[in-house]
Design a protein around this ligand. Structure first.
Ligand code: ADP
Ligand code: AMP
Length: 217
């Protein structure tokens, strides 16, 4: 199964992806996670991406497309779920080309819909584990011990781009550069919309119901 997960930053894509990959044994490919890993490792790619990420803008398409194509090519047959990529129509066109060339297609497109008031609260309240990438929220999805990762005991951090001044810019970037992607896909394929204002458990329940039905069909 090859899935694309769409939604504004903070909509809950990463949270839902982790649950989906556990249930359907897929590879989780998050462009944001890959970029953060590259930055932490101090690679050329990480250095190139840094200023765009810190200001809340998008990393240029040519950098991202090459990075994600490489990641997709390494993915096992069982399939993948893309999180944060594509983020522009141009990236979606490049993804379509790659899949066409290997006679593959996207099987499911999931779109998480969240009110903007909730999105801001989710992004500014997000806390992440710098070691394993686990994601929590100060109010909604708390770790067992405040500020500490449940999985490996590492001290949680707030991503620099989750600070309020950058969050505003990221939402602007989303509206200007990414939102139109939903129409691009809706004009070509079925897009399944989900009300992601609900709790994380309710949202995954709805997504699993749809994916189970599609797997059975
Ligand atoms: P994205 O990957 O779309 O940027 P995340 O999955 O990182 O979003 O979620 C953003 C924040 O919101 C995190 O702090 C996460 O714990 C929290 N969160 C995710 N889904 C929900 C939900 N359905 N209800 C409440 N909080 C959520
Ligand atoms: P995310 O973890 O998905 O919120 O992404 C964090 C940041 O990485 C974004 O604000 C962008 O600067 C950059 N980024 C991630 N994915 C992409 C993409 N597909 N295209 C361009 N920039 C991206």
């Amino acid at each position: 199964m090859r899935i694309v997960l769409l939604g504004a930053p903070g909509a809950g894509k990463g949270t839902q992806c982790k649950r989906i990959v556990d249930r359907y044994s897929l590879q989780h490919l998050s462009s944001g996670d890959i970029l953060r890993e590259q930055r932490a490792a101090g690679t050329e790619l990480g250095k190139k991406a840094q200023s765009y990420m810190d200001s809340g803008g998008l990393v240029p398409d040519e950098i991202i497309v090459e990075m994600m194509i490489e990641a997709i090519k390494k993915t096992p047959e069982a399939g993948f779920i893309l999180d944060g990529f594509p983020r522009t129509v141009n990236q979606a066109i490049e993804l379509d080309k790659l899949l066409n060339d290997s006679e593959q297609d996207i099987d499911v497109i999931i779109n998480l819909l969240v009110d903007s008031r909730i999105i801001e609260e989710r992004m500014t309240g997000r806390r992440s584990c710098p070691k394993c990438g686990a994601v929590y929220h100060v109010k909604n999805l708390k770790p067992k011990i405040t500020g500490v990762c449940d999985k490996d005991g590492t001290k949680l951090i707030q991503r620099p781009d989750d600070k309020p001044e950058v969050v505003a810019n990221r939402l602007k970037t989303y509206h200007v550069q990414t939102e139109s992607l939903v129409d691009y896909y809706k004009n070509r394929r079925t897009v399944y919309d989900f009300d992601a204002n609900k709790s994380a458990d309710e949202v995954s329940g709805l997504i699993f119901e749809k994916l189970d039905a599609l797997v059975e069909a």
